[in-house]
Design a protein around this ligand. Sequence first.
Ligand code: SAM
Length: 279
Amino acid sequence: MDKVDIGIIIGDSTNMDKLADNSIDLVVTSPPYPMIKMWDDLFHSVGAYTYDEMHNYLAKTWKECFRVLKKGGLMCINIGDATRSINDRFKLYPNHSRIIEICEQIGFETLPYIIWQKPTNKPTAFMGSGFLPPNAYVTLDCEYILIFRKDGLRKFEPKHEGRYNSVFTKEERDVWFSQIWQVKGETQDEEGYDKRTAAFPTEIPRRLIRMFSIEGDTVLDPFLGTGTTALAAKEVNRNCVGYEINPELLPVIKRKIGISQHSLGKGVDVNLKVELSQP
Ligand SMILES: C[S@@+](CC[C@H](N)C(=O)[O-])C[C@H]1O[C@@H](n2cnc3c(N)ncnc32)[C@H](O)[C@@H]1O
């Protein structure tokens, strides 16, 4: 492929009316996590205060993803569980299982998921005091990569060129298709946007895109954040479209995918289209 198309839509993915039905090959994303403090303000701004309300808000986007995915298209969602004490009562919020239930109600098939064990930089951190049993609890140091499919297997002509060009190696397959992944975080960007938006390392979307799409496909990230999925898609010759509700992130996304205002049109390897969606 000479150039890939990258579309950035600054708008709300609960209504992706700029995308046609059955137009997307793969969704790769990480939403704001319900009941994790850093996302409280965002959920409150859309009137979602409880665990149920937060998941109802995300469900609108999952429904839209189902509409825009082609038959046989996959959706990969990176999500972590949360814990919180309310009125002195401790509670686990299993975000991953709630999303599976919701996506099945929407009509997705659930495939086996990946457990992403994040190497911690504080190996001794644990939630308790000292070494005395029994009041400590296990650290939440894993996240999930849930994998869903729309309407059965994707069909190809025999010897489909794009499919054969997108082959992975045996070594890649052995690591990627096992259930536990150990992928390190990346150095944060200088301005700290990666940290503030809980960006995932590029290796996560890069693997998922190579596992579940072929060259020339179009990947959607409905919660684009700093644009990591778009960067990964570009690196492996897939087109990408992303929705991001926070307009402040537009320059950050452009920087991440290697496009600054003055480099546009001067031999860059992407066709970039930016749209500002009015509420
Ligand atoms: C966990 S972050 C995504 C981080 C991203 N994977 C990255 O690597 O940078 C979730 C993002 O979703 C955005 N967001 C939340 N609700 C949205 C909505 N309804 N439509 C579009 N973006 C939304 C937030 O502003 C935030 O940037």
